[in-house]
Design a protein around this ligand. Structure first.
Ligand code: CMC
Length: 435
């Protein structure tokens, strides 16, 4: 196999036949060049094999860029650090969805559209009663979000740009309401209707923590931290849940069903479920003295235990989101006067792991989920809600990526192939003749 940088082709040579095939090399705006293998099967009779997509670009996208070696995350060209410091979640949502930061007028219109879509159909309340009180809120979210397509028939035509926009706005606006309802249902408390006088983050906190008999005063430090958490989780390129949304959407399924598929994919502990798993892990470790034992377990290939909140498929230097989150975590704990021993334990675990050759050699660093659990716990959320909050934020990324895919004229249904390793063709054996 040779690469030919000057003509931007990549030559594959079949060692058995000696035949050569040139494949085009595509350049993105940033990042490494990409070998275009779309015609490879037709040209060579060979597929590529890349089960976990480590070397596969599944789409062209203008939304998010990650340089994992340098720890860079850009949304539409803006760095995540700058967005987290200077912007708001709704601005970032507009940026991801529409391609640019909004001017004042655009922002007011967008804010109005999202705010006035936060209420859900009253009938949806009855949906919740079908779930057990102790159901995991992510289980509830998978069901209820998928069910939205049965309520909003007027926005299901994916080929109509206006309907696509209404669906996108409905999803961004209603998922926080549904998430808060999942929480309230688990507590046996009444659902809180959204309030249009509050910001996106404030309203979410209100719907989660407010109660009808008394006014709820939003703590600005918590609202600010909530907004940052939402920004930091808003999009992350072609991760498992986003790829799930795109693949589901490639069959022209309606957007509510696609986002529900994304929620299901996010739930796993290797992805969005890691924030819950980190806190459970810290509780299990319990004390600084136990860290070495758990690090040994994480290194032992015969032990399924992994250091949760550590490592990332793309980041091999540091996760830029983790630093911002750690700072927000410090602020929240200080403001609330909470002295959570888990924070100290987490910092000690980080320190020891980052000095350990196993983690250094494999470039395993704390990811966004390492500190998010501690901050969410301090804000009053139970661990079971952590991944739901991730879903609330990521909805805007999923919707933006889904919309981008539908609007790409050349998009086709996603249909990976496989390396078949099963039985060869064999005749059917009647049951009385089977061994
Ligand atoms: N603890 C111990 N060893 C690890 C860990 C970990 N957390 N992560 C990776 N490794 C080891 C792994 O065993 C392998 O070792 P070896 O080369 O000796 O076989 C090496 O590091 C490379 O790991 P990998 O499994 O090939 O990496 P991956 O890209 O397939 O997995 C990951 C990435 C995030 C799933 C994994 O690092 C992991 O399971 N981390 C813990 C869960 C977690 O924090 N997930 C949140 C990710 S960030 C939020 C999000 O995007 O959802």
């Amino acid at each position: 196999m040779t690469s030919d940088a000057t003509t931007k082709t990549f030559t594959l040579t079949n060692d058995q036949t000696g035949e050569s095939t040139k494949l085009n090399v595509l350049d993105g705006a940033e990042g490494p060049p990409v070998i275009d293998v779309r015609s490879m099967y037709a040209d060579t009779g060979h597929f590529t094999f890349d089960p976990s997509f480590s070397s596969t670009g599944s789409c062209k996208s203008r939304i998010t860029y990650i340089d994992g070696e340098k720890g860079i995350l850009l949304h539409r060209g803006y760095s995540i650090e700058e967005l987290a410091e200077k912007s708001t979640f709704l601005e970032v949502a507009h940026l991801l969805l529409n391609g640019d930061l909004p001017n004042k007028n655009q922002f007011e219109n967008f804010k109005h559209d999202i705010t006035y879509h936060t209420m859900v159909h009253e009938q949806i309340n009855y949906f919740y009663r079908g779930f057990r009180r102790d159901a995991h809120p992510m289980a509830v979210m998978c069901g209820v979000v998928g069910g939205l397509s049965s309520f909003y028939h007027d926005s299901l035509d994916i080929w109509d740009p206006e309907q696509r926009e209404i669906s996108a706005h409905r999803l961004i606006a209603k998922i926080p309401t549904l998430a808060a309802m999942s929480y309230k249902y688990s507590l046996g408390q009444p659902f809180m209707y959204p309030r249009n006088d509050l910001s996106f983050a404030e309203n979410f906190l209100y719907m989660c923590f407010g109660l009808p008999p008394e006014p709820y005063v939003v703590n600005p430090v918590l609202a600010n931290a909530m907004d940052k958490i939402l920004i930091l989780h808003a999009d992350h390129e072609q991760n498992a849940s986003t790829s799930t949304v795109r693949l589901a959407g490639s069959s022209q399924a309606n957007p509510f069903a696609c986002i529900s598929a994304g929620i299901a994919s996010l739930w796993g502990p290797a992805h969005g479920g890691a924030n819950q798993a980190v806190l459970e892990m810290l509780d299990e470790i319990g004390h600084k003295d136990n860290i070495p034992e758990y690090l040994e377990r994480a290194k032992n290939k015969d032990d399924p235990f992994r250091l949760m909140g550590f490592g990332h498929r793309v980041y091999k230097n540091f996760d830029p989101r983790a630093g911002v989150l750690k700072k927000a975590c410090d602020e929240v704990l200080e403001d609330l006067g909470i002295n959570d021993p888990r924070l100290e334990l987490a910092m000690e675990l980080e320190r020891i792991a980052l000095e350990d050759p196993y983690f250094v050699d494999r470039k395993l660093f704390p990811n966004v989920d390492f500190y998010s659990g501690i901050i969410l716990k301090a804000m009053g959320f139970p661990t079971s809600m952590f991944t739901v909050l991730f879903a609330v934020a990521r909805t805007v990324g999923w919707v933006s990526q889904w919309k981008e895919m539908i609007e790409e004229p050349s998009h086709r249904i996603g249909r990976p192939r496989q390396l078949y390793i099963g039985a060869e063709k064999r005749p059917y054996v009647p049951i009385n003749k089977r061994k």
